[in-house]
Write a protein that binds this ligand. Structure first.
Ligand code: GLA
Length: 386
């Protein structure tokens, strides 16, 4: 079933390319969105995260050009945007194109020789839902230029360059997690990523559990400004504790030194130092086949994000509580930056349908909103599909 979705998207993007440029593309690439199982707001503190790439993708169909023009067509918005590689500035009217613009700028700043391209874009990663549609666009763009111009670029370098585009061109100071997993994800696995060394370990996802994403349908508000504010608070905490990053403080040291920090900074830091320990503990639990222990850590993570980091919202809390009451649920938590978006749930595979029905009914009863609920498969990172 998962390849059917991709096949349909491939047809759609090839048709969009033909409609926009009157030709067939020379390559089509797909880059996945992601769900983070645990390890939230730890990446920019140089800690650990445990995301999986999911079977929702952004596709770019492309063809090289002989000049320095890049022409983009976003099929899902019926919108076009074009620019020259010699004069890359943000497009205020077609803001979706700033991800592609930023990536082409960073590729050139890193010394890569690229020429122009025509590209059509489509996808089925929900936009603004916290499943990293923007990272998928960035990674797909970088991968398209790598394919068209045979760029010598490792997957990790590609991810770092995409993160730089988002930090410096788009203005969101995100960590490395989303771009990394979209570039390096592996089918049926989560990746334990060390966001300091940029190395990873593969963690198999057991066949008898389903990873279910519940979209609250609350579009994430304030995410850029609040996100950047959290990042500054963590940096202030690390400075006051005299360490390069919060990664360098373990929970015991933190307990001894927490009184040195002002109240809000203390709560932000408490979340981070415990969260990265939870990631390591949850990987040990998963490897030992202890899903109950893994799930308990997911609930703890949610409470910490809600009370100490203050990035949850009522609808996310309601969705987690609704899940907790369903039989066969090991754990649930908000996933991604927060302020709306999705929860991630670890559920006994045999209970997935009951989960979907009960959680949807309960969430609608309490919020008046109808959620989208998907069972996700862990997918490979960016790849050519034509
Ligand atoms: C967003 C950012 C990531 C990460 C998460 C929170 O998805 O892009 O880098 O910080 O929020 O864990």
């Amino acid at each position: 079933m998962r390849s059917d979705r991709l096949l349909a998207l491939r047809q759609r993007v090839v048709a969009a390319f033909d409609q926009a440029f009157g030709d067939t593309p020379t390559a089509v690439v797909a880059a996945p969105g992601r769900v983070n199982l645990i390890g939230e707001h730890t990446d920019y503190n140089e800690g650990f995260v445990l995301p999986a790439a999911i079977d929702r993708h952004v596709l770019l169909a492309c063809r090289p050009r002989h000049d320095r023009q890049v022409r983009l067509y976003a099929a899902d918005f019926s919108a076009a945007s074009a620019f020259s590689l010699d004069d890359i500035r943000p497009d205020e009217a077609q803001r979706w194109s700033n991800y592609e613009r930023g990536v082409t700028l960073m590729l050139q700043q890193a010394g890569h020789q690229i020429g122009g391209a025509d590209a059509a874009i489509t996808g089925d990663v929900p936009i603004g839902a916290g499943l990293s549609s923007s990272a998928a666009v960035e990674v797909a763009t970088a991968y398209v230029f790598q394919q068209l111009y045979a760029l010598p670029l490792s997957r990790v370098e590609l991810a770092v360059l995409c993160q730089k585009a988002e930090n410096e061109f788009v203005g969101m100071r995100c960590g490395i997690m989303d771009q990394y997993i979209s570039a390096l994800g592996q089918r049926d696995h989560a990746l334990l990523i060390d966001c300091r060394s940029l190395e990873y370990e593969l963690v198999p996802i057991p066949g008898d559990v389903a990873i279910i994403v519940c979209d609250t349908k609350v579009q994430r508000g304030l995410v850029d400004s609040e996100y950047n504010a959290r990042r500054r608070e963590c940096e202030a905490g690390a400075r006051l504790l005299g360490v390069p990053a919060l990664r360098d403080i373990d929970p015991e040291t933190f307990a001894r030194r927490a009184h040195e920090l002002p109240e809000v900074t203390r709560r932000r830091c408490r979340h981070v130092v415990h969260e990265y320990q939870r990631v390591l503990d949850s990987v040990a639990a998963l490897r030992a086949g202890d899903l109950a222990a893994f799930g308990a850590l997911m609930y703890d993570s949610h409470v910490s994000l809600r009370d100490d980091y203050e990035v949850s919202c009522r609808q996310l809390d309601v969705m987690v509580e609704a899940a907790r009451r369903v039989k066969g649920v090991y754990g649930a938590r908000m996933t991604g930056a927060g302020f709306g978006g999705c929860t991630v749930n670890l559920v006994d595979a045999g209970q997935a349908e009951t989960f979907r029905r009960q959680v949807a009914a309960e969430y609608t009863r309490l919020t008046g909103l109808s959620p989208s609920i998907y069972v996700c498969a862990a997918e490979d990172g960016a790849r050519r599909v034509l």
